[in-house]
Ligand binder design. Structure first.
Ligand SMILES: *Cc1c(COP(=O)(O)O)cnc(C)c1O
Length: 377
């Protein structure tokens, strides 16, 4: 947690559950990423945290944006981004969304299917389009490969068809999966994409762009490689496969820019030995859970770090659950969390690095619990 957040929590004691985000930290991460990958254009993946304070700071820093819906497109424009800095990066778009985005000046759209390409040709005529390819998501804690992207062969057909339909076949994209902890995933994906890029260029298409997606990790419970290591691996792979003729490189970081800029502050509602015996598992119920924004604990995939008033004292394995009456509202049970035995109801517990994929995953009032409040400082 940054000193600014620590001070804010101590002085303000905001009501829980709440999310505190240090927007200066987002700017620091943006600069670190720029330094690690000086040739890449940063398109912030808005879905990670669309707070206006974050979007406005990134606009001021010169960032571009990856929007997944017409709502996100509008948020970027409202924050001051010009339309030529917005990419409509969802392969699944309503016709009404395509039409409105195009009318607003957005000129960069992704697709991975015939029907989406036909929609784009009709409702965003002449726009720059890029095809998303499916790549291995091995090494990612939050994979995305089953739902998006197509094969090299199909991508080739689609890109050729894009030209026939009067669109501008601009480039190719992939996503190696979110919270990707292996730099080799990018190298393997770049090798794949380069094959098709070269092939399509030989077929006469004027491809100019490779979109490397997001995936860059933040530290939760385990260490992850530094961003410089990703930069080096990507830089080497790009020059190995494209030589001196580098295409425009886009990256779409979400988690990396905002994840460790945020802290969730929560309250222990109950500590319970289910069954009553000392040997029975100890459960800690917090006032935030799966429906309060911690959706990425699904499958116990993302493992947040906890900070408590009793840190440094004796700990025991603990099941951590949310406050609602839903049985799936359990964050960590299969792999328990070591939490202090002294923990008791009323204690404040902080969940670290929760700036990404928390605020907007919060339900609107399931079980009558108010959505978590947000503080951008
Ligand atoms: C979610 C998403 C991102 C951001 O991924 P992170 O792992 O948060 O960096 C980038 N691009 C696309 C297309 C996405 O869907």
């Amino acid at each position: 947690m940054t000193p600014k957040i620590a001070r804010y929590l101590a002085e303000q004691q905001p009501a829980t559950p709440c999310l505190i985000v240090d927007v200066d930290r987002v700017a620091d991460r943006y600069h670190a990423l720029q330094e690690a990958m000086p040739l890449a254009h940063i398109y912030y993946a808005v879905k990670a945290n669309p707070a206006q304070a974050i979007l406005e700071r990134l606009v001021a820093l010169g960032s571009s944006f990856d929007a997944a819906s017409i709502g996100e497109v509008r948020m970027c424009l409202d924050a001051g981004a010009s339309a030529d800095r917005v990419s409509f990066g969802n392969t699944v778009k309503k016709v009404s969304a395509i039409r409105e985005a195009f009318a607003l000046g957005v000129d960069l759209f992704v697709f991975d299917s015939e029907e989406e390409l036909a929609k784009l040709a009709e409702h965003a005529p002449g726009a720059r389009v890029y095809c998303r390819l499916a790549v291995e998501n091995e090494g990612a804690d939050w994979p995305l490969s089953r739902k998006f992207g197509t094969t090299l062969d199909h991508g080739r057909d689609l890109m050729l068809r894009a030209r026939t339909l009067g669109l501008d076949p601009y480039g190719l994209s992939f996503h190696v999966g979110s919270q990707q902890t292996d730099t080799a995933a990018y190298e393997a994906a770049i090798a794949r994409v380069a094959m098709l890029f070269t092939d399509l260029s030989a077929a006469g298409l004027n491809l100019r762009m490779v979109n490397l997606g997001g995936g860059f990790p933040v530290r939760y419970q385990s260490d992850v490689p530094e961003i410089d290591q990703f930069g080096l691996a990507i830089g080497h792979a790009m020059t190995r496969h494209f030589g001196n003729d580098l295409p425009t490189m886009l990256i779409e970081p979400g988690r990396f820019l905002v994840g460790d800029a945020g802290v969730v502050s929560s309250e222990v509602v109950l500590v319970s030995r289910r069954g009553g015996a000392e040997t029975d598992p100890r459960w800690v119920y917090l006032d935030i859970g799966r429906f309060g924004g911690l959706a990425e604990t699904e499958g116990e995939a993302i493992r947040y770090r906890f900070q408590t008033p009793h840190d440094g004292q004796a700990t025991g394995p603990t099941v951590v659950a949310g406050p609602s009456c839903d049985g799936v509202d359990i964050m960590y049970e299969k792999r328990r969390v070591e939490l202090p035995m002294a923990l008791t109801s009323g204690d404040r517990v902080e969940l670290l690095s929760t700036g990404a994929y928390v605020s907007t995953y919060c339900s609107t009032g399931f079980n009558g619990f108010a959505p978590l409040s947000e503080h951008y400082i």
